[in-house]
Design a protein around this ligand. Structure first.
Ligand code: ATP
Ligand code: ATP
Ligand code: MG
Ligand code: MG
Lengths: 256, 256
C-alpha cells in the first residue's frame, strides 16, 4: 500500500517541482519504488525528468478526462525505482471540462487506486493554485508536503493553505495531514531568510522538517539537463539536502 | 485615456507582483496617475502596498461578482499618484462563480471603462495561471508585460504564454500586443542566468526590455514593510532598475 503525498502550495515558485523531483529520486535511490505524478499543466516535473512534453501522446490528461488507465501515462526513468506519470498543456482545460462531473474532486484518488500496490511512495507535483487539480491531489493523498520559500509573500499564503487543507480533511479526505513544512531556497547571507525560518519554526514547531534546503545553483541547473540533481551533481549541497530529506521522510514512516 | 498593461506569466514566482508594484510606484513618482489592479486571490500586491487584506470589506471581488463599481475597491496609497484596487481570498471562488455568465472574459474590461479616464496607466497583477482571471486581464489590456526569471523552467513556459496571448488577440482583444519581456532576478555570478538572457534576447530581440532587474535583497524585504522599494530603499539596485524600467515604458509611449 503506497504512501501518497501531495507537494502543494498555491504560492508560485517556492520549490514544489524541485522538491517533488528530487525527493522522489532520493527515495528511489533508497530502493523504494516511487511514482512521481505531474498534475501541473506546466509539466515541469515531466521535463525536469528528461521527457519532452510535446512528444508525449498519453499523459495524465487522457486518464483524467478520457477515462484511460493511469498506467498508460506512466513512463520509466533512468533511475530503476522511479516512474513518472507525465503531464502536458492539454491539462489546462481539465478544470473547466470537469466542472459538471459528479465526484470531480475524487478523480485522481480513483486513478491512483489502480496502481498504488505497485509503489512504496507516490508524490504529486501540484500547480500554483487552489483549483480543482490541487483539490484532487489533496483528496487523493495521505499527507501533504508544503515547500515554503524563505520569503515574506510565501509566509503570507500559508494561512490560506492550512485552511484549505482542513476544509478538505473535513469534507473529502479524513486521513489528510501535514507531512511537513519544508523550508526552501535558504540563503544564509540573507537576514529576511533567517527571520522567516525563526518565525515558521516558532509557529509550526514539530510540523517543520529538520532538513532545510539551501539556495544552490546546481538545483536550478539540473532540470536543463533533464535530470534530478543526484544524477546531475551528487556532491552538491542541493543533492545532499534532498537525500537528507528522504531519510527524514523514511524515518517518520508516515506518522506526523 | 489610460494605457492598460497586464503583468502576466503562468509560471510561478517569476516577479509579477514585484514588477507590478515597483513599476507602478516608479510611474507614480514620474507624476503619472497610476492604478495598480490586484486580480490575484493571493493579494500580494495589496499587502505589498501596505493594506491588510483581512480588514478590507470592499475588494475587486465585489465589483467582479456582486456588480459593485470598481471605484469602491480602490484605495489611495502614501504615494500621491498611486492607487490600488485591492484583492483578497474571496476571489478564489470567482472563476467557478463566473462559469455560466455570458461574456465572462470581458468583465474586467467593462469595469475598467468606468475609471480609465482618471489614470495615465493601469497595471494588472495576475495570478500564476492561464485561467479566467488572467484571461480577463489580457482581454482588458492594451499590452502585456512578461516578467521572466532567468531560470530554465521559466523559459519553458514562454511558448505557451505566447500562444495564449495570440489566441486572446484573435478572439477577444485585437489591440493586445507584448509590451516587453522583462528579465528578472538576474544574478551575474550564475552561468545559467547569462545563458537564459542570451537565449531570450536571441529569440525575442526587440521585444525584450533593455532594463534587466538584478537579484536584490531589498526587493524581497520591501513587501514586509508594506512599501514599494523606492520608498523602502531608494538607493538600492532594485529601486534603480525599476525606475529605469519606468523610463523605458514612458519612452516607448505605447507603441511596441
Ligand atoms: N534550493 C534551490 N536553489 C536554487 N534554485 C532553486 C531551488 N529550488 C528551486 N529552484 C529554482 O527556482 C525556480 C522555482 O522552483 P520550482 O519551479 O521548483 O518552484 P514551483 O513551486 O514548482 O513553481 P510553480 O509554482 O511555477 O510550480 C526554478 O527555476 C528552480 O530551478
Ligand atoms: N529581483 C528580485 N530580487 C530578489 N528577490 C526578488 C526579486 N523579484 C522578486 N523577488 C522575490 O521573489 C519572490 C517571488 O516574486 P513575486 O512574488 O513578485 O513573483 P510572482 O510572479 O508575483 O509570484 P506568484 O506566481 O506567486 O504570483 C518574492 O518573495 C519576491 O519578494
Ligand atoms: Mg512547479
Ligand atoms: Mg504575484
Amino acid at each position: 500500500m503506497a504512501k501518497i503525498m501531495a507537494v502543494a502550495n498555491q504560492k508560485g515558485g517556492v520549490g514544489k517541482t524541485t522538491t517533488a523531483i528530487n525527493l522522489s529520486a532520493s527515495l528511489a535511490v533508497a530502493e523504494k519504488r516511487t511514482l512521481l505524478v505531474d498534475i501541473d499543466p506546466q509539466a515541469n516535473s515531466t521535463s525536469g525528468c528528461g521527457f519532452n512534453k510535446h512528444e508525449l501522446t498519453e499523459t495524465i490528461y487522457q486518464a483524467f478526462i478520457r477515462g484511460n488507465t493511469l498506467e498508460r501515462a506512466i513512463q520509466k526513468t533512468t533511475l530503476p525505482f522511479l516512474d513518472v506519470a507525465t503531464s502536458n498543456t492539454d491539462l489546462i482545460g481539465a478544470e473547466i471540462e470537469l466542472i459538471d462531473e459528479e465526484d470531480r474532486e475524487k478523480k485522481l484518488r480513483v486513478l491512483l487506486r489502480e496502481i498504488e500496490e505497485d509503489y512504496h511512495f507516490i508524490l504529486i507535483d501540484c500547480p500554483p493554485s487552489l483549483g480543482l487539480l490541487t483539490v484532487n491531489s489533496l483528496t487523493a493523498s495521505h499527507s501533504v508536503i508544503i515547500p515554503l520559500q524563505c520569503e515574506y509573500y510565501a509566509m503570507e499564503g500559508l494561512g490560506q493553505l492550512m485552511k484549505t487543507i482542513s476544509l478538505i480533511k473535513n469534507r473529502l479526505n479524513p486521513t489528510l495531514h501535514v507531512e511537513g513544512i519544508l523550508l526552501t531556497m535558504f540563503d544564509t547571507r540573507n537576514n529576511l531568510a533567517h527571520q522567516v525560518v525563526r518565525e515558521v519554526q516558532r509557529h509550526f514547531g514539530g510540523k517543520v522538517f529538520k532538513t532545510i534546503i539551501p539556495r544552490n545553483v546546481r538545483l536550478s541547473e539540473a532540470p536543463s539537463h533533464g535530470k534530478p540533481v543526484i544524477l546531475y551533481d551528487i556532491h552538491s549541497k542541493g543533492a545532499e539536502s534532498y537525500l537528507s530529506l528522504a531519510k527524514e521522510v523514511l524515518f517518520n514512516g508516515g506518522n506526523h
